[in-house]
Ligand binder design. Structure first.
Ligand SMILES: Nc1nc2c(ncn2[C@@H]2O[C@H](COP(=O)(O)OP(=O)(O)O)[C@@H](O)[C@H]2O)c(=O)[nH]1
Ligand SMILES: [Mg+2]
Length: 228
């Protein structure tokens, strides 16, 4: 009985990986670098994108966003103000209100994406600390956002999310003076599950540290297009 359940999960993930590879081929064919942005709900993904994507065109990177939400288009509406292409993907519309994006959902959005006109696609995943890490969607890199209001223990409690990423953004540092939060302890917990993972300390509210994210996005886009 137990073994049957395990088999079903393996099959689902195998099928997902096959579709993720097809997505990746489509992105590569158009020379588009894809970044999967993950976090708990409210960690600041959309606010960070509002900050970090502003000014990216001046750095030579044409960006678009694929916005994943269970329902609604609140974040997509906010990001549209940046005058970049934004495509909304709702998981309640035929996808059962899933708590993460999977490769098939992203595949369904590909015809709506202007792949020929962009260099970078950022996918804002559904806010969740467990499922998004299990489902590759055809991305080149993953960013995990954790905010200082979530507690220092999150890397230890949700290690997969913190292991399955190339950059960790520690957000909301403007709030540190009001909190009983130990940044060094968070970073030590991070190193315990993903030793040496690249990290930046930022405040999407004040803009402190956001240049580091913009530089990382430019670097990652240049590196991926050099390999392609
Ligand atoms: N104080 C503070 N609030 C922030 C910061 N980043 C985001 N927020 C707030 O946190 C809430 C959730 O942000 P949002 O970007 O919607 O999070 P998402 O659900 O991860 O996309 C909003 O009220 C933001 O204004 C930050 O750096 N500092
Ligand atoms: Mg959001």
């Amino acid at each position: 009985m137990h073994r049957t359940k395990v088999r079903v999960v393996e099959d689902v993930l195998d099928a997902n990986n096959t579709i993720a590879r097809a997505n990746r081929e489509d992105f590569d064919r158009h020379g588009v670098t894809v970044v999967n942005l993950m976090s708990a709900p409210g960690a600041g993904k959309t606010r960070l994108l509002e900050r970090a994507l502003d000014g990216l065109a001046e750095a030579g990177v044409r960006a678009a966003v694929l916005e994943g939400d269970v329902q609604g288009s609140y974040d997509a509406d906010r990001l549209s103000l940046l005058h970049i292409p934004v495509v909304q993907l709702n998981t309640d519309g035929g996808f059962g209100g899933e708590c993460h994006l999977d490769a098939n959902m992203v595949r369904s959005a590909i015809p709506s994406l202007p792949l020929a006109d962009i260099d970078l696609l950022v996918i804002e995943n559904v806010g969740n600390l467990v499922c998004p890490a299990e489902f590759r969607v055809g991305e080149d890199a993953r960013i995990m956002v954790c905010s200082v209001t979530e507690g220092e223990d999150k890397p230890l409690k949700y290690p997969l999310m913190f292991r399955a990423c190339e950059l960790v953004i520690i957000n909301k540092i403007d709030l540190l003076e009001h909190l009983d939060f130990d940044l060094e302890r968070l970073e030590a917990n991070l190193d315990a599950v993903h030793p040496g993972v690249e990290r930046v300390r930022v405040s999407a509210r004040t803009g402190d540290g956001v240049d580091g994210i913009r530089e990382w996005l430019v670097r990652t886009t240049e590196r991926a297009s050099a390999v392609a």
